[in-house]
Design a protein around this ligand. Structure first.
Ligand SMILES: [Zn+2]
Length: 305
């Protein structure tokens, strides 16, 4: 009996703050690789101590599933960046009760780290999440965050979530994770892109496209697929869906009421999270969402050229 109780307790012991129980622990070598790539300084001094909620919850057909293998690498990089540079403290949990109105106000921003599927359908929780952001909260989404609260093409969609985020992944990935794509800097004046020096760069990652017909009237696009340099073969799967504007944003910021949103399609592949330039970009994005880094988030289409 005693043994059974001990096992039960062990199962429910809280795991280390940045360890998702669904993934193997990162090796020492993997941790060191991420640590070596971390930015050396913040983009802005925090106005106050910041608390960042990171969730990695992935659901399919009402069941918790293991999502992108890059999840624990992102989780470690985000937590270490905050800890070492002093920008924020991470609270890492996949429990959905943190979205209740009485809990959510503990946080300065919420990060959906490659979340996927319908995380919850309780209208009160949904209202709490979007209401909290509109009230001045910050939201950060990596990669499959744009495929969260949508199980295309069959079931439930929650369009208000996609509107808050700025776009919804449409199920088609014109470029596969192992293919290299060119990414261009759309907003070279932004503090979120200064690490790229205005230059296009090549990256191997799974590139999304969005369902929504127009994009730039709502988003301040920071990075997008450089369609002059990337493989635009019309026979590529799903590419024709975006034939009209050939617009594939990779990172953006936007407001939601009084809140701030940073999203990037990057992060399918684990090595994205030990790329020094991209980590510095994510650092700036997180600090923007936390409210510490000021950036012009006027939608791209409304900026005079
Ligand atoms: Zn992916």
């Amino acid at each position: 009996m005693k043994k059974r109780i001990a096992i039960a307790i062990a199962l429910f012991l809280p795991l280390a703050a940045t360890e998702s129980p669904l993934f193997p622990r990162l090796t020492t070598e993997e941790r060191q690789r991420i640590e070596a790539a971390l930015p050396k300084e913040l983009h802005a001094k925090p106005l106050q101590p910041r608390k960042l909620l990171v969730t990695t919850l992935c659901m399919r057909d009402g069941r918790v599933v293991r999502g992108h293998p890059s999840i624990p690498y992102a989780e470690y990089a985000i937590a270490q960046m905050g800890k070492r540079l002093g920008g924020w403290e991470v609270v890492s949990t996949d429990a959905i009760d943190v979205f209740r109105p009485e809990r959510i106000t503990e946080f300065d921003a919420i990060c959906f780290n490659n979340t996927l599927g319908v995380l919850f359908d309780d209208p009160a929780l949904r209202e709490s999440l979007l209401g909290w952001i509109a009230n001045g909260g910050g939201f950060i989404g990596f990669h499959a965050a744009a495929a969260t609260f949508v199980q295309h093409p069959r079931y439930d969609q929650w369009p208000a979530f996609g509107q808050m985020l700025g776009g919804t992944e449409n199920g088609g990935h014109p470029w596969k994770p192992n293919e290299r794509t060119w990414v261009k800097v759309d907003d070279a004046t932004s503090p979120l892109t200064k690490m790229f020096g205005g230059a296009s760069f090549e990256v191997a990652d799974e590139m999304y496209q969005l369902q929504e017909p127009t994009i730039r009237d709502r988003l301040r696009v920071l990075l997008s697929v450089d369609t002059d340099k990337s493989d635009m073969d019309p026979k590529r799967r799903f590419l024709k869906l975006r034939a009209a504007d050939k617009d594939f944003p990779v990172s953006w910021i936007k407001t939601h009421g009084n809140g701030r949103v940073f999203y990037t399609t990057l992060g399918h592949n684990a090595d994205i999270f030990w790329n020094p330039l991209l980590l510095d970009h994510f650092l700036a994005g997180i600090q923007y969402a936390l409210g510490d880094l000021k950036a012009d988030d006027t939608p791209s289409a409304k900026v005079a050229r």
